[in-house]
Write a protein that binds this ligand. Structure first.
Ligand code: PHE
Length: 344
């Protein structure tokens, strides 16, 4: 019996098990219920008492080795299988989608507005956000004590001895009008887009920073009708071809006459709904004929030239288009919000 044990020991020590089939054969031959080990343990019962000790030791040695090797072979085969799975990646499968970011809703509006006015021959201008009082107020015909200059609306950067030299964060994009007219002689036809600042408490409906779009057209014989037709065309392109516009008298220091532009509600078609608060109209812009004083302060002869200007809020347009309930979302850059504009 000892010989038999020794032979099997040798067998197990030298055997090579590489595949699942070989592993199963190993198990069947040695460690399974009907395998050689159990057979030996059966035979052990018949071993003479004086030999039991020696045979028993060898038998246990064999058993430990057989089980250890079974464990090693199983592990080795499992590992090589997972390696094989790794190298067998199917390279013809389509790539997992890779998120590349989206265009911000305010940028979408900006691009659309520039496109619409671009086709009408308007160029695109930009100007500084840190500005002097002259460009933000004085040259725009704001009277010295006009309430809009008040600390409550304007973020001042530096107070100077002369009011027109005060440095501030621009409160509207109209400063670019002045810079443009100083630099360029008519005809001028430009769109100006940019960030503006006002000292307001931040809430769902107001923010201390927002964006404006301003338009300026100065040439010989520019009339109020040109203003209306230009904005009507814009409204149809932006909000749908069925909309109409109406002008309401208003006041801005830099335009005379001035008008607020409303567009017929493109949600309810003018019947009255939540968006237009039942009125059938939504306000989209302030506008007017450039005040002769403004032309004169930029060195343009108001006897020879006339012009119109208008200003709109970019967030306002985005809100009308995408119904964003809380203005702050435009500035928080939460990707869960931004991803909703994928493909918009
Ligand atoms: N700048 C004005 C504002 O911020 C808007 C405007 C621009 C009105 C041009 C008329 C003409 O309220």
């Amino acid at each position: 019996m000892l010989d038999k044990i020794q032979n099997i020991l040798k067998e197990i020590e030298t055997i090579e098990v590489k595949t699942k089939d070989q592993l199963e054969n190993y198990r069947l031959r040695y460690t399974s219920r009907k395998g050689l080990l159990n057979e030996l343990f059966e035979d052990f019962k018949t071993v003479a008492n004086d030999q039991k000790r020696a045979v028993g030791q060898e038998l246990n040695k064999l058993k430990t080795l057989a089980e250890q090797r079974l464990k090693d072979f199983t592990e080795a085969i499992e590992n090589s299988e997972s390696d094989a799975a790794g190298s067998a990646t199917d390279l013809t499968l389509p790539q997992a989608p890779n998120f590349t970011g989206t265009v911000h809703p305010l940028t979408l509006v900006r691009q659309r507005v520039l496109e619409i006015f671009g086709r009408m021959g308007f160029s695109h201008e930009e100007g500084p956000e840190i500005e002097t009082d002259w460009y933000n107020f004085t040259a725009l015909n704001f009277a010295e004590h006009h309430p809009a200059r008040d600390m409550q609306d304007t973020f001042f950067v530096e107070k100077k001895e002369v009011q027109k030299d005060d440095v501030l964060l621009r409160t509207h994009t109209s400063n670019v009008q002045i810079r443009l007219m100083e630099r360029k002689k008519p005809p001028i036809r430009s769109i100006m887009i940019g960030r503006v600042y006002r000292n307001e408490a931040i809430s769902a409906r107001a923010h201390c920073q927002f964006h404006q779009i301003e338009g300026l057209y100065v040439d010989k014989n520019v009339s109020f009708k040109d203003l209306k037709d230009t904005l009507l065309h814009f409204a149809k392109e932006m909000y749908g071809k069925d909309v109409t516009v109406r002008l309401r008298p208003s006041y801005f220091p830099f335009t005379e006459p001035s008008a607020e532009i409303d567009v017929s509600c493109f949600i309810c078609g003018g019947k009255g709904c939540n968006m237009c608060k039942g009125s059938g109209w939504v306000e989209i812009a302030g506008s007017g004929m450039v005040d002769p004083n403004v032309l004169a302060s930029c060195g343009i002869d108001p006897e020879e030239y006339t012009g119109f200007a208008f200003g709109m809020g970019v967030e306002r347009i985005a809100n009308l288009k995408y119904r964003v309930k809380d203005l702050r979302m435009f500035f928080e850059n939460d990707v869960r919000f931004l991803r909703q504009f994928e493909g918009a």
